[in-house]
Design a protein around this ligand. Structure first.
Ligand code: NDP
Length: 246
């Protein structure tokens, strides 16, 4: 489990859920890992303590991606603290679901600024710091591939944009040996989407496996994409969705 030994990583939204599981998995494989949070500083510090207990360097940074300066600052602070940046995991995201006629202008601005602009600006800042071998891994959603019912217009719009971002990054950065990939999770048991929530049964039924996934199952895919085994994988989308898109 030392495939990422010596690598330096930043996971946005790494205080909880998929981001926290990913940060811990990357650290388990040897990486130093910075995580960002917005509100839950205590949770972010707990993740850092676990990273440090594995003998790796950890860092908790407050970064609200609704602020356009925050992504760049987080990338810069990570690269300064660790002496470079090899892996960016664009994980932070907000899920705002609801009927089309009830979504407000403010909802649209918030979701697009965090889920799309934040990922774009973090990738831009990370690319400026990365050397050959760098990886930009973005967490999208199965909702970009298949919207199973009403209420998903805004969220699906934001997640579909990440597909274009990933492909274009792959083309733009391939010549520098930097890979960009997209992970498309299905329903994953987190605070955002608890497996015992009111819409959970319907979501499980939409998958081939008939269940929610775990944050660790998404983290495994990210660790693969960050590692040497994925050196020839770029511009690609990896579904970790229990067959939601099948
Ligand atoms: P959680 O709600 O459990 O965690 C969200 C994380 O993002 C937290 O670390 C939170 O920080 C951080 N965050 C929230 N708002 C912002 C913001 N404005 N700026 C920066 N960071 C922010 O979510 P999940 O772990 O479930 O989701 C992670 C990613 O996976 C998201 O992009 C989501 O869209 C995607 N996804 C999730 C699925 C699921 O079923 N759970 C399915 C498909 C995709 P803090 O702790 O400080 O609040």
């Amino acid at each position: 489990m030392n495939a990422l030994m010596g690598k330096k990583a930043l996971v946005t939204g790494g205080s909880r859920g998929i981001g926290a599981a990913t940060a811990l998995r990357l650290a388990q494989e040897g990486a130093d890992v910075a995580v960002t949070y917005v509100q839950d500083e205590g949770a972010a510090k707990e993740v850092v303590a676990k990273i440090e207990a594995m003998g790796r360097r950890g860092l908790a940074l407050r970064a609200d991606l609704a602020d356009p300066a925050a992504a760049r600052t987080a990338v810069e602070e990570t690269a300064e603290a660790f002496g470079g940046l090899d892996v960016l995991v664009n994980n932070a995201g907000v899920g705002v679901l609801g009927p089309l006629d009830q979504l407000t202008h403010a909802d649209v601005d918030r979701v697009l600024s965090v889920n799309v602009r934040g990922a774009f600006l973090a990738a831009q800042a990370a690319a400026a710091r990365m050397t050959p071998g760098g990886r930009i891994i973005t967490i999208g959603s199965c909702m970009a591939q298949r919207v199973p019912g009403p209420g998903g217009t805004l969220y699906a719009t934001s997640k579909a944009a990440l597909s274009g971002l990933t492909k274009a990054l792959a083309r733009e950065l391939g010549g520098r040996g930097i890979n960009a990939t997209l992970v498309q999770p299905g329903p994953i048991d987190t605070d955002m989407n608890p497996a015992d929530g009111p819409y959970a049964d319907g979501q499980s039924a939409m998958t081939a496996l008939g269940r929610f996934g775990t944050a660790g199952e998404v983290a495994s895919a990210v660790a693969y994409l960050a590692g040497e085994g994925a050196a020839y994988v770029t511009g690609a989308e990896l579904s970790v969705d229990g067959g939601h898109a099948a």
